[in-house]
Design a protein around this ligand. Sequence first.
Ligand code: PMP
Length: 401
Amino acid sequence: VSVWSTVPQGPPDPILGVTEAFKADTNPRKINLGVGAYRDENGKPYILPSVQEAENRLHGQVDKEYLPITGLPSFTSAAAKLAYGADCAPLKEGSIAVTQSISGTGALRIGGAFLSRFYPTSKVVYLPSPSWGNHTPIFRDSALEVKTYRYFDKSTVGLDWAGMIQDIKEMPTGAIVLLHACAHNPTGVDPTKEQWEELSGLIKEKGLFPFFDMAYQGFASGDIAGDAFAPRHFVSQGHQIALCQSFAKNMGLYGERVGLFSLVTASPEEKARVESQLKILVRPMYSNPPVHGARLAGTILNDPALYAQWEGEVKGMASRIISMREALYTLLTNTYHTPGNWSHITSQIGMFSFTGLTQAQTEVLASKRSVYMTKDGRISMAGLNGGNVEYFAKSVDGAVK
Ligand code: PMP
């Protein structure tokens, strides 16, 4: 009998499973709105020209030696500046501990492990309900206890502000609160600036620990600083935040796995102690991070002309997504007169939209129309383009009527 005969079959990943079904479908009109990866106007993956330029500059110019445990310093310092802003006080005084990470997922995992080992007050992390599906296993595997707070109101397809505030008020002192910095996944629903300000005050009053996941900086609105408003505001109010960054979406570096984990500390001396422990965490997990993607991102972030070009390209991706929101809204509302209120399609932000479609409707869309999305009714707006948005809207109209 085999050593592994008792290993049970696990369930397929709910998001990557959608892609499998899509691939197997032979309908030429099929649409995949499951996975969160940007597609251009022709539905094709997009290599940013600024990334291509960085590739050209690096070609043949670099070796493949190991990076330090915490990554490429020219990348990590530029990435921290991108998130916190050049005028951030703890950044200027050298009090932000950083380590390069294996994209956003790796940043969350390092953060979970660090808090599990060193955060003195609590081992409980509260996630918004719903949240990105991977948050729960990431924090559970980091030996933290996962709980949730109310976030999304199904009846308005918007923020459950009252529920969120009440749940935060009832959290035990010192608990960890996970916040999506912008473009909440899967709902596309974010607090307003005023609501962030109120949250900052409340979280401080309660002595909670704010842990930000920022996977979509710039990609949400097209504005790098605007999308970082929440973590920057919290830091300006004296919060010692944890922050996870990903360059998957805003540089299209999905498979290169480029990210950053950082912690705001009280002083350069404290930062040095925290970074020494980050190294002790990382070393037995993967020794040191991959080099190529960090070099690409670092080249772009450290060259003013290339940075400006990249900013324009980020804006271009965000604008295309926003224009698809408008096209979809107009088709449903004015062309097909589809029953229901669809204004959330344009008020939601970022890559995803929570359509409000039911699981039964998503199943009909897949089997009858070859339109694929996750069963919670979430669509990746980036999968829509001028060539398929009408077919999609008509399909939704049919499923709802
Ligand atoms: N956090 C959120 C909320 C996300 O949506 C994603 C990407 N789907 C990530 C983190 C991490 O992605 P990656 O590891 O590819 O950077």
